[in-house]
Design a protein around this ligand. Structure first.
Ligand SMILES: Cc1cc2nc3c(=O)[nH]c(=O)nc-3n(C[C@H](O)[C@H](O)[C@H](O)COP(=O)(O)OP(=O)(O)OC[C@H]3O[C@@H](n4cnc5c(N)ncnc54)[C@H](O)[C@@H]3O)c2cc1C
Length: 559
């Protein structure tokens, strides 16, 4: 704890707890559990109700980045800390003086992901699905961005399976009186005395029993002020506030989109980062962010503009709004921000996948615990269906009910449907069926390895995990046996904040001159997953939950 002796003596009499944790998402739960394990009395303040425990992580796919795991080895994947470090730094592209702590966090996190992470989770009952995914394959340069090998380890139980061990530990501490959970407490300010953060104050929000994920009332029915020896900010990122996202949007990604879907609930509002700044903390790398380009409108939304991300396999044909094929490395599932940047040059806020029934069955996964009832419910019976014929249930439902899907037997019919969707917001140009057919035919002509996409499909299929569940056998889109044809209108989906509150390796927030802000700590997405942005410009996926676990653990053990 910062300057524990003197300060503790000064404030001991008026302290409500040893530690206040702001935000009961994954990072907050980890920090609270770790602090309470070490004998600290903890208060957790959370603006949402108890039903939201776990924050975004509950909705997550539960993918975790591990290095050289038994799961990888069983599938014949040769990974190592050196290889992962080279991938990480090639992706992060740290290039600023303020990358000092993000770099240090990246090193520490890599050691964790190659070392203790799996055993630590396993000791709490966490388990992985045996097939490792190959997310974010990268820019195909070998030394630049991307995972050279599969590293995306899916939690058996998805997001809820990641949250569960920590929620259990926190609730056990609550039952024993070591942790007080205070829901519907929105922190509006940090209490600072003599330059030391000594507590938090804010509004008591009216009770609201809205279903998890739905926006809740912001009506204030009271006020609170609480004091503690240390405050840990674990309030998440800014992805739920599109105005904040647009304001932070960097020029290097082109103009910010007018139309976006939201990949996170409304409570991911970013307010708390500004509040911590007003208490003396420094936020860095606010222009680094991670948004997806394969968003689809949720026909059954929970939160405003609720979008779902397609986790695509490599075979779909990717067209921009004008029907031009995206060149490699902008292939499905390869280079998230490279593709976003490329698409921002088109002047339109959407793009298209064109694929077949055979591809959708094998290659479409939807990110989100609720979209994967088999993995989330740990149901072998449902999982067996995923391996059988037909698309997974939720994918098939989106195909039938989702506003962004067109299904047709011929290219002409398909383009008719695409043009009807291009007429709807976000609007774009009419496509010419002749031109689309020419692009499709050219793709089909190359499918035996003649172009970069065909070669990458072949490379993916050499990995047994992809061959079994992720990558369809190469085939022509115009092969009637593989049909019908499908087109999907893809939107930009806001998700993650890569920058955040700058922290040292103890999770202490740092001020403008690099000095610790006494009493103030940060972890999780609010801290750029560690240091104020341990992923630099680009993520390798599975690193967000992992960053919350690691930075939450560091902060919880430091206070
Ligand atoms: C659909 C989906 C799929 C994902 N899949 C993956 C994946 O497979 N792998 C991966 O690594 N990552 C994934 N992620 C990202 C990952 O889940 C998040 O980055 C991570 O859970 C963030 O956790 P956090 O604790 O930092 O913040 P949050 O989960 O956002 O929690 C912050 C909490 O703080 C509360 N709060 C905020 N401000 C205040 C305030 N002023 N006062 C009181 N309380 C406040 C919020 O209400 C919230 O409950 C996914 C995210 C989503 C939404």
């Amino acid at each position: 704890m910062a300057s524990r002796g003197g300060r503790a003596a000064r404030y001991a009499l008026c302290m409500d707890a040893d530690v206040i944790v702001i935000g009961a998402g994954l990072a907050g739960l980890v920090a609270a559990a770790e602090a309470a394990d070490r004998g600290r009395r903890v208060i957790v303040l959370e603006q949402e109700g108890e039903q939201s425990l776990g924050g975004q992580a509950h909705w997550s796919f539960g993918g975790l980045f591990l290095i050289d795991s038994p799961e990888q080895r069983r599938l014949g994947v040769h990974d190592s800390l050196d290889l992962a470090r080279s991938d990480w730094f090639g992706s992060a592209q740290f290039d600023r003086p303020e990358d000092r702590w993000p770099r240090a966090w990246a090193e520490a996190y890599l050691d964790f992901a190659a070392g203790e992470k799996r055993a630590w989770l396993r000791g709490m009952g966490h388990r992985f699905f045996p097939v490792v995914g190959w997310a974010e394959r990268g820019d195909l340069t070998g030394t630049g961005h991307g995972n050279s090998v599969p590293r995306f380890h899916i939690t058996w139980g998805t997001g809820p399976g990641v949250v569960e061990p920590f929620a259990r530990r926190v609730l056990a501490h609550r039952d024993e009186g070591a942790i007080r959970m205070m829901f519907r407490r929105r922190v509006d300010a940090l209490v600072v005395e003599d330059g030391v953060v000594v507590g938090a104050s804010g509004a008591v929000l009216a009770p609201d029993d809205a279903e998890r994920g739905r926006p809740t009332s912001r009506e204030a029915v009271g006020e609170f002020e609480l004091r503690a020896g240390a405050v840990i900010v674990t309030s998440g990122g800014i992805g739920g506030d599109h105005d904040l996202v647009r304001r932070a949007w960097p020029e290097r990604l082109g103009a910010p989109p007018e139309h976006m879907l939201s990949g996170v609930p409304a409570h991911v509002d970013g307010r708390m980062i500004g509040i911590a700044e007003r208490a003396g903390a420094r936020a860095i790398n606010g222009d680094r962010m991670w948004h997806y380009v394969e968003g689809i409108d949720n026909f059954d939304p929970l939160w405003p503009a609720h979008g779902i991300r397609i986790l695509p396999g490599p075979s779909s044909l990717w067209l921009d709004a004008e029907g031009r094929r995206l060149p490699a490395p902008y292939l499905p599932g390869f280079d998230t921000l490279g593709t976003l940047k490329r698409l921002r040059t088109t002047g339109y806020d959407y793009s298209w996948f064109v694929l077949t029934q055979r591809i959708i069955e094998k290659e479409f996964a939807l990110s989100g615990s609720e979209q994967n009832p088999d993995l989330t419910g740990r149901s072998i019976r449902l999982l067996a269906k995923r391996l059988g014929s037909g698309a997974p249930g939720p994918v098939e439902t989106f195909k039938q009910r989702g506003a962004d899907f067109v299904v047709a037997d011929t290219v002409d019919e398909l383009v008719d449907g695409m043009n009807a969707l291009a007429h709807e917001v976000p609007r774009g140009p009419r496509l010419d069926p002749v031109a689309v057919r020419a692009v499709v035919t050219e793709r089909d002509r190359m499918i035996d390895g003649g172009d970069a996409q065909a070669r990458e499909i072949g490379r993916a299929r050499r990995f047994v995990g992809d061959r079994i569940i992720r990558v369809a056998k190469p085939h022509r889109l115009l092969d009637p046996a593989a049909g019908p044809l499908i087109a999907v209108k893809l939107h930009i989906l806001s998700r993650k904040t890569l920058g955040g509150l700058e922290t040292d390796l103890d999770g202490r927030c740092l001020g403008a001159a690099g000095e610790p802000v006494l009493g103030l700590y940060a972890a999780g997405e609010a801290a750029g997953f560690g240091g104020g942005g341990m992923m630099g410009y680009n993520a390798l996926e599975g690193t967000f939950l992992g960053g919350c676990l690691f930075s939450g653990r560091v902060a919880g053990r430091a206070v």
